[in-house]
Design a protein around this ligand. Structure first.
Ligand code: ZN
Length: 303
């Protein structure tokens, strides 16, 4: 090969013909474990190709009542970052990391949000804080910044990439927030009442002035008493509430009973504490929120 020819070869072609070693920005993606599907999506969005995300509680599954298996402990041990929601959403998570003797970093993604305190009713004994912070997109901005900071501390070479990805995503969260406000604007305060199975919409309710009533408390796995169910049925009848929704990760039996007793048609599935599978409308956080807002508004229009 003549020198003149070599001069015109680009750097990438030198790599391609084997004259220079390949310099990949992230030859070994950073192994990260997320406790549940919504966090898994956020970590993937911020981390992009530089991370390899494993999610413990997958689509349509209930993280409140999850029982970890040895494979989950193994996944944590192989990771360098364990991302959890915190606020007692996944009480099993830190126990699991401890019992596996995990030495890597743990990030509480909700750290720094304005925590909503719960009224001490509905059988609440332990949780004082509402863990469902992701139901308010402005909280998710905090989650995303926390994730970007943690990833950058473990992979400083990727810091600008994490920064860029999070900034782009934060713009999408802001559009989601605006979309929600626009959709709700025509509804009167009286119309803004919704029945769901468990009490997961507190942050959403506070941001968008909607009243959510739920027969189950904050934990999807706690059964309500017959008295609580009867009270809710009376309220649905009195206020003529038509917006009744099931959640993707909980048992619809209870709401089926309520709809039968009140003659109200059950609305479509909302994606609440978990994403949907890939072929359903809630396969990412942004898709799940768009779906929920659209369905909730359609339901409340009938109130
Ligand atoms: Zn929940």
């Amino acid at each position: 090969m003549k020198r003149a020819t070599l001069k015109f070869l680009t750097l990438s072609s030198l790599v391609a013909i084997g004259l220079l070693p390949s310099i990949s920005p992230a030859a070994e993606p950073l192994p990260v474990v997320a406790s549940f599907s919504i966090l898994g999506d956020l970590v993937q969005v911020v981390g992009g190709e530089r991370v390899k995300v494993t999610t413990l509680v997958g689509p349509d599954a209930d993280a409140h009542a999850f029982e970890p298996k040895p494979a989950h402990a193994k996944a944590i041990l192989q990771s360098r970052l364990f991302v959890i929601n915190g606020l007692n959403f996944e009480p099993w998570a830190q126990k699991l990391a401890r019992s596996a003797n995990y030495q890597g970093q743990t990030l509480v993604a909700s750290h720094g949000i304005k925590v909503r305190k719960l009224p001490l009713d509905k059988g609440l004994q332990h949780a004082e804080a509402d863990p469902h912070g992701w139901q308010d997109p402005s909280n998710v901005v905090v989650y995303v910044k926390n994730i970007a900071k943690s990833l950058a501390s473990l992979d400083p070479a990727g810091a600008s990439s994490y920064q860029k990805n999070s900034e782009t995503y934060i713009k999408e969260l802001e559009s989601l927030d605006q979309f929600t406000k626009d959709q709700l604007a025509p509804l009167s305060l009286k119309q803004r009442q919704v029945i769901t199975s468990h009490d997961a919409f507190g942050y959403f309710a506070a941001r968008y002035q909607i009243r959510f009533l739920a027969p189950q408390g904050i934990n999807a796995d706690v059964e309500p008493s017959a008295k609580e169910v009867a009270q809710l049925i009376r309220q649905i009848k009195r206020d003529k509430i038509k917006a009744v929704f099931v959640e993707n990760m909980s048992n619809p039996k209870l709401l089926a009973q309520i709809t039968q007793d009140t003659g109200v048609a059950l609305g479509p599935k909302l994606y609440v504490d978990a994403l949907s599978g890939p072929n359903e409308p809630g396969s990412t956080y942004l898709k799940m929120m768009h779906h929920n807002v659209t369905q909730l508004v359609a339901g409340m229009q009938r109130n």
